[in-house]
Design a protein around this ligand. Structure first.
Ligand SMILES: Cc1cc2nc3c(=O)[nH]c(=O)nc-3n(C[C@H](O)[C@H](O)[C@H](O)COP(=O)(O)O)c2cc1C
Length: 291
């Protein structure tokens, strides 16, 4: 099983956040993800304050676990935000803008606050605002991912705001992606497109079919899917997506040891790493002593 500081912060078992899917992140999907041990997010785009209250109530009927309510600067409603705080939601996430005083208000209401960023500068600014965790969203993501890839953004953000927990987003659709994000310094991942192709997502059958039939390059031609779309071949229940993602991440992390083959003990503390192809064609790591 995987366990990170993000699990401790959010009170969850699995370091996976189901990202907001706007109008398609229904209470059913949010609760199913939280019931799996990860954490679901309710999107508030297009929701009135009354609808936010009703959907939060519905989530609580379906799960007693923590969940996230997501807001975006692009469609921010002060009344909607206030409704979420009055409903004592456990976690707020915020995307596409400076959160200003929102983290402080969330904290006063007893909620945690997670900020979505697309650059290192945004990450530093969010840290200064007192957020509890940061989602570093690469350009591979389906919506508003900025211009920097996850591979490059994630380690830079993790270094810039340490020890604040950082969550990788954009392009993660399976356990290999989760494993890589952890290796790059993340404490978990935020996943959107993979959860669109779940049985619980509130989308049409035609859309589900298009996702599982899409090829790697099709993301640019399809709206509301990320570049991971070509890796998604099955519509699955949320519980299976989460279970497989964790299992594959653990297998990937354990398997990574096969790439490392120390050759003899390093002779001095000043040893350095030399990487060279071995006869079995696998790249091994050789520890040699500097003269
Ligand atoms: C169908 C769909 C709708 C989305 N709607 C929103 C939204 O309303 N607000 C938002 O901040 N992000 C939205 N996103 C972006 C996700 O929250 C998340 O950041 C992104 O999906 C992560 O990248 P991935 O799709 O590669 O996993 C949406 C993503 C998808 C796939």
């Amino acid at each position: 099983m995987l366990h990170t500081t993000l699990c401790d912060l959010l009170g969850i078992e699995i370091p996976i956040i189901q990202a907001s899917l706007g109008p398609w992140s229904t209470p059913k999907l949010t609760a199913a993800v939280s019931n799996s041990g990860a954490i679901g997010s309710l999107g508030t785009v297009l929701l009135t304050p009354g609808a936010i209250r009703a959907q939060v109530r519905r989530i609580r009927e379906l799960t007693d676990r923590p969940f996230v309510v997501n807001f975006s600067q692009r469609s921010f409603s002060e009344d909607g935000f206030a409704a979420a705080l009055i409903a004592s939601v456990p976690v707020i996430s915020f995307a596409h803008g400076d959160p200003r005083q929102l983290p402080r208000r969330a904290h006063e209401a007893g909620a945690l606050f997670i900020q979505v960023v697309k650059t290192v500068r945004e990450a530093r600014e969010a840290a200064d605002r007192g957020v509890d965790a940061i989602i570093a969203q690469g350009t591979e993501s389906s919506g508003g991912g900025g211009t920097v890839t996850s591979l490059c953004l994630l380690p830079q953000v993790a270094q810039a705001v340490a020890p604040l927990p950082v969550i990788g987003a954009g392009g993660v659709a399976d356990g290999r992606g989760l494993a890589v994000a952890l290796m790059l310094g993340a404490q978990g991942v935020s996943v959107g497109t993979r959860f669109v192709a779940s049985t619980e997502a509130g989308i049409s059958e035609a859309w589900r079919r298009r996702i599982v039939e899409a090829e790697s390059e099709d993301a640019v031609r399809m709206s509301c899917v990320g570049q991971s779309v070509g890796a998604i071949r099955e519509v699955l229940p949320v519980a299976d997506i989460v279970r497989r993602t964790v299992g594959d991440a653990v297998a990937t992390l354990c398997g990574a040891r096969s790439f490392v083959r120390p050759v003899g003990p390093p002779r001095t503390a000043r040893g350095f790493i030399e990487s060279k192809p071995e006869t079995n064609a696998r790249t091994a790591t050789r520890v040699v002593a500097r003269r």
